[in-house]
Design a protein around this ligand. Structure first.
Ligand code: VGL
Ligand code: ZN
Length: 216
């Protein structure tokens, strides 16, 4: 256990936040993250250590503003400016009700109490499980966790440099002790996004650990 780890996974005040382990982020998916599928057994083992588990699902309407297909003349991975700020454009992914939006079938955290869907507003993206990209609209997750007495969040899943990082930064901003279990995440790494994410996370006080440092 590292000196900074003041909450064990099994503590009722700890929660594991499993981000976007959906087919569209797996190899062969619409927005594939390399080796994303290899995380499933590790996340299953970690999940078994926690009494509190929350799973997120990126869950977009067909005409979502983050899709390049919603913007004439734009291609995936272009960046545009929206009223709420810069937005990377993505291939259509995690469309509500499609196979690509489903959680990986081998993800086995049956005791998870909450599956939180995000990115449901057609006009606002949400990498974060806590606050949408307008930086104002709340998903309600902070309130849910706080009302259950949870003060510490451990984040895993996809993608490290987007939804994992934004969720961890917002968890920290909402006052939670926040860790990223680095070997239980994989990154997209677009234009240096992974380096930027680690710098922002460190500056915000999010602690990077490896799964081997966790004991139940
Ligand atoms: C994600 C890009 C777009 C993610 C979701 O889960 O990291 N990335 N939508
Ligand atoms: Zn998305």
């Amino acid at each position: 256990m590292t000196a900074s780890l003041n909450r064990l996974p099994s503590d009722p005040r700890s929660a594991l936040l499993v981000i976007d382990m959906q087919y569209d982020f797996m190899p062969g998916g619409a927005l594939a993250v390399a080796s994303g599928d290899t995380l499933v057994p590790l996340i299953n083992r970690l999940g078994a250590q926690f009494c509190n588990v929350v799973i997120t699902q990126d869950w977009h309407p067909v005409d979502h503003i983050s899709f390049a297909s919603s913007h004439a003349g734009r291609a995936p991975f272009d960046s545009i400016t929206l009223p709420y700020g810069p937005q990377t454009l993505w291939p259509d992914h995690c469309v509500q009700g499609t196979h690509g939006a489903q959680l990986h079938a081998d993800l086995d955290v049956a005791h998870a109490q909450l599956i939180l869907r995000k990115g449901c507003n057609a006009g606002i993206d949400s990498y974060s499980a806590f606050v949408e990209a307008d930086r104002t609209t709340q998903t309600g997750l902070a309130g849910y966790l706080k009302e259950r007495g949870i003060d510490s969040v451990f984040v895993v899943g996809l993608a490290l440099d987007f939804c994992v990082a934004w969720s961890a930064l917002d968890a920290r901003a909402a006052g939670f002790n926040t860790w990223i279990i680095a070997d239980a995440c994989k990154a997209i790494d677009l234009n240096g996004s992974l380096d930027t994410a680690w710098k922002d996370l460190a500056a915000a006080g999010v602690v990077r650990i490896d799964s081997a440092e966790l004991t139940a």
